[in-house]
Design a binder for this molecule. Structure first.
Ligand SMILES: *Cc1c(COP(=O)(O)O)cnc(C)c1O
Length: 395
């Protein structure tokens, strides 16, 4: 017996649910790339993306996923042999560092762990030792979807200032832009990158990089520049140059629609919606955790992200039967653990185009699965999620 007819819910931390409006905006014939409406869409996207990053700097659009945008960010500001410091708090800053190493950069990792956020004081101490200024850039992630942590980017920016170090601060916002506040200029971020398929509710395939004046100055001397990623050629007047070739038309139509939806809802409301749905999720997980078969991966409540909740199993219990049950019996795809948490954790996303019924439905299905599989869990998880929303969303 299964109860999964109807629309499947995707509750993985990327790609996320693409709204019907975005799908419809993409369902149209190709258009001219040299004149007409596409040129205006490019102008509007290039002026709206900096508003999302909250910078007076410039944005660039690549036909790429997040891994591509990582490479775009590094290649535009660094030179072979430069040293970069990657701040560990899960998988993704390390992954960005791995890409840097393969591009010929020297990579140092500021050790952290998978259960807590980067410690700004540790960064400050490391930078104070670097009296020669060998470290040229710092790679940080705002929300790491493998561990479920949110790093305090403002505090990381402060730590760099306090150490009076002039390394560039480069931040991965793939799993946070358009979901939680990000203040590129105010926090002292020089380069930020993101992708289309998470908070921005658009299919995978677009990578974004935003750069401030300091980054653009570093760009002048960078020797890792290559034709496709290069900002200087993309700054050219000709439309074709802005994409280093044919523009990704349909993804642009989709992104335009998605940004219109985010701005119509209001970014502050979007951030609050994410927070309240995350709180409801955490309320449910907190109750279930009383059964001691699992708990939050991120130890400190304040460091748990508002886009994904990572649930760590105890005693070597494999989450796979639960995830299989949710998908095959009930039509909800919950994320499995990745990297160090593969086979040890599951991940519930609350990111992008999500609302109360989707989250209550997802949490309900997880609770049904816990029950059906006899996995010990505290009772009242769904009630706690309902109470949380009932209180935080007044009539
Ligand atoms: C998903 C993700 C990435 C990788 O993005 P891809 O589009 O899969 O290359 C990078 N960083 C973070 C924080 C992510 O969550």
């Amino acid at each position: 017996m299964v109860v999964r007819a109807g629309r499947e819910f995707l509750a993985i931390p990327g790609p996320t649910t693409v709204p019907d409006e975005v799908l419809r905006a993409m369902h149209r014939p190709a258009v001219d790339i040299y004149s007409g409406p596409l040129l205006a869409i490019t102008d509007s996207l290039l002026s709206d993306l900096p508003k999302l990053f909250r910078t007076s700097g410039r944005a660039y659009i690549y036909i790429a996923n997040g891994h591509g945008a990582w490479e775009a960010a590094l290649s535009n500001v660094l030179s072979r042999g430069d040293k970069v410091l990657a701040l560990e708090s899960g998988r993704f800053a390390i992954g960005w560092g791995d890409a840097a190493a393969r591009m010929g950069l020297e990579v140092e990792i500021l050790k952290g762990d998978w259960r807590c956020a980067v410690k700004p004081a540790a960064l400050e101490a490391r930078l104070r030792q670097d009296t020669a200024g060998a470290i040229k850039a710092i790679l940080a992630v705002q929300i790491d979807t493998a561990s479920g942590v949110i790093n305090d980017i403002a505090a990381i920016g402060q730590a760099i200032k306090a150490a009076k170090h002039d390394a560039l601060l480069m931040v991965d916002t793939v799993a946070s832009l358009g979901c939680v506040p990000f203040e590129m200029d105010k926090w002292g971020v020089d380069v930020a990158m993101s992708g289309s398929q998470k908070g921005l509710m658009t299919p995978p395939g677009l990578g974004f990089v935003a750069a401030n004046e300091r980054a653009r100055a570093a760009h002048q001397k960078a020797d890792l520049r290559t034709p496709y990623w290069d900002w200087t050629s993309r700054d050219g007047e000709i439309h074709y140059q802005k994409y280093a070739g044919t523009p990704p038309e349909h993804l642009m139509f989709g992104l335009r629609q998605a940004l219109d939806m985010l701005f119509a809802e209001g970014l502050e409301n979007v951030f609050l919606r994410h927070r309240l749905l995350a709180e409801a999720t955490r309320a449910a997980v907190g109750k279930w955790a009383e059964g001691q078969a699992f708990g939050f991966n991120i130890v400190e409540a304040a460091e748990r992200s508002d886009t994904v909740t990572v649930v760590l199993m105890t005693e070597g219990r494999d989450p796979k039967p639960l995830l299989d049950y949710c998908h095959q019996k009930c039509g909800v795809v919950v994320g499995h653990g990745i990297g160090a948490l593969a086979g040890k954790a599951f991940r519930i996303a609350h990111m992008g185009h999500v609302n109360a019924p989707m989250m209550l439905g997802t949490l309900g299905v997880v609770e049904v699965g816990l029950h059906a599989l006899g996995i010990p869990h505290g009772s009242g998880g769904i009630q706690a999620a309902v109470d949380s929303l009932g209180e935080s969303v007044p009539a």
